[in-house]
Design a protein around this ligand. Structure first.
Ligand SMILES: [Zn+2]
Length: 256
């Protein structure tokens, strides 16, 4: 069920029997020379809509701009101030609770949002308002992603390329995949950007001239379809698990 397409009497019926909502979130930021700036929010929305279709649970409209200050040097990157982003997500989540929602999955596809969503989730849980968890598609199937690509990348790499090739093939510049690889950083390791243990970089351009990582030429729509199906299964399972819980069991424990 997609909230934006429903009329209120039908939503009233939903809230009478269910108390879970999926909230897709992403970013609007550079994803290299080959992928659209909407890559993360397009991916997040696809997963949330798929899981909502398969379970009947409610999916809200997508929060399309996230915290992307680390991509600011590239044309088009739009970013929210971290505190404004947290306040916005928090207030939207609170408004859902007015209708009886007491559990939320932030279906997220942007690494820069993670710690902010965790913080919002912690705050709302500590207040006993709602149990909200953050879910990232690639973290739900890490081994499958590792096996799929020789040179993975945390941003604009083959995993995101494959998903957009599967979901929105018309938005991928296939003729720029080699440029994406050659102008970026293929080998990503923990040592990159570290000096005597300190992370000395702040922006993606500090480590990658064109803003992306990994070998994009390893990607294909077929692999993207497999990853999408596998991670969708995980999200559906998470939603079904969450819907079954007694929400009081999800709230903070009493102090000892
Ligand atoms: Zn991305």
């Amino acid at each position: 069920m997609y909230l934006a397409e429903e009329a209120w009497p039908d939503l009233e019926s939903y809230f009478a029997s269910e108390s879970i909502a999926l909230v897709p979130l992403g970013s609007t930021e550079q994803h290299g020379p080959h992928l659209p700036e909407g890559t993360d929010h397009l991916i997040a929305e696809a997963f949330a809509r798929e899981a909502a279709d398969r379970t009947g649970y409610l999916c809200t409209p997508t929060i399309k701009i996230g915290v992307s200050t680390h991509h600011r040097q590239f044309p088009g990157t739009a970013s929210a101030d971290p505190s404004a982003f947290r306040d916005y997500v928090e207030s939207i989540t609170r408004s859902l609770t007015e209708h009886g929602i007491d559990r939320v999955i932030y279906v997220n596809a942007h690494g820069g949002n993670v710690r902010h969503l965790r913080e919002v989730g912690r705050k709302l849980r500590n207040e006993g308002v709602v149990f909200a968890v953050e879910w990232m598609w690639d973290e739900s199937i890490p081994e499958q992603i590792d096996q799929a690509f020789e040179h993975n990348g945390p941003h604009g790499g083959p995993k995101e390329t494959a998903l957009i090739q599967h979901l929105y093939p018309e938005l991928v510049h296939e003729d720029r995949l080699e440029d994406a690889r050659d102008g970026g950083l293929v080998e990503v390791s923990e040592a990159i950007g570290r000096v005597h243990g300190a992370r000395t970089f702040y922006d993606s351009i500090d480590n990658s001239e064109n803003g992306v990582f990994g070998d994009q030429t390893d990607a294909s729509a077929e692999i993207g379809a497999e990853l999408f199906d596998a991670a969708s299964d995980e999200l559906v399972a998470l939603a079904e698990w969450l819907a079954e819980q007694d929400v009081s069991d999800l709230m903070p424990r009493e102090r000892v």
